[in-house]
Design a protein around this ligand. Sequence first.
Ligand code: ZN
Length: 302
Amino acid sequence: MAKKEKEVEKDEKPVEKQAKKPAAKKGKEVSAEKAEKVIPVAETPGVSDADKKGKTGADDLSVEQKLTNLYRLQTMLSEIDKIKTLRGELPLEVQDLEDEVAGLQTRIQNFQLDTKDIDTSIGQQRIKITDSNALINKYKEQLDNVRNNREFDSLSKEIEFQGLEVELAEKRIREFTVESKAISEEIVKSKALLGERQIDLKSKKEELDEIISETKIQEEQLREKAKQLETTIEPRLLAAFKRIRKSARNGLAVVYIQRDACGGCFNKIPPQRQLDIKLRKKIIVCEHCGRIMIDPQLAGIE
Ligand SMILES: [Zn+2]
């Protein structure tokens, strides 16, 4: 086992070197037959033959089959990426709804407190009216027994004053009632909205749970498939693939030609190189972005 690992290591190192050496020099290192299969360095940094390996059985595969496997692997990995993104956004949506529901509940509570305060104020104004009316009645009784004009004027002024107090209190009650009615309407509206959001939240939560459990199975299946597929790809090619994928922003290590350009960085590909790609005899990478390039037919496009 240890020996095997060492061999892999040995094989990995030249990959790095090859990437920096000119193609011509590399040709000397491998046999003519192998040089044919090995991708010229400038075209495929890090990607090379596994003919020396003879361990995975992957070397029995044609370049076309290797490219097909790589593209299939990438499709699976992209699918896993997509699932992760999807799962990453859904909990946020649920969180937003939960925040909104909590906000509405607080709002309703505050409105209800306001209504209570207003009711208290109205009660206070009513007491004032009762008190004033009692005073008015008392003064009116006293009016019948006044002894002089001064007393009459004084009582009349008091009655007038208490009358104004009653009017003022009634005015306040009317204002409070209007305010209370407006708040009651807001409470009704908020409660309706709260009801809607709670229904939304419930279904979103269920959706989220479903998606989480669904995608978990989906992801596991994809991972299992990807793992199996990886065993058919020679370790060095797989390592190169993973390295390219890691450095590619969209996670694409294998791209097909789109409108005469690299499907990854969209730089133009010369016609001769396009022809080479279509021949599927070599693994060719984009000289601009380093992604492995295939023809659209191989990707199942067109
Ligand atoms: Zn490119």
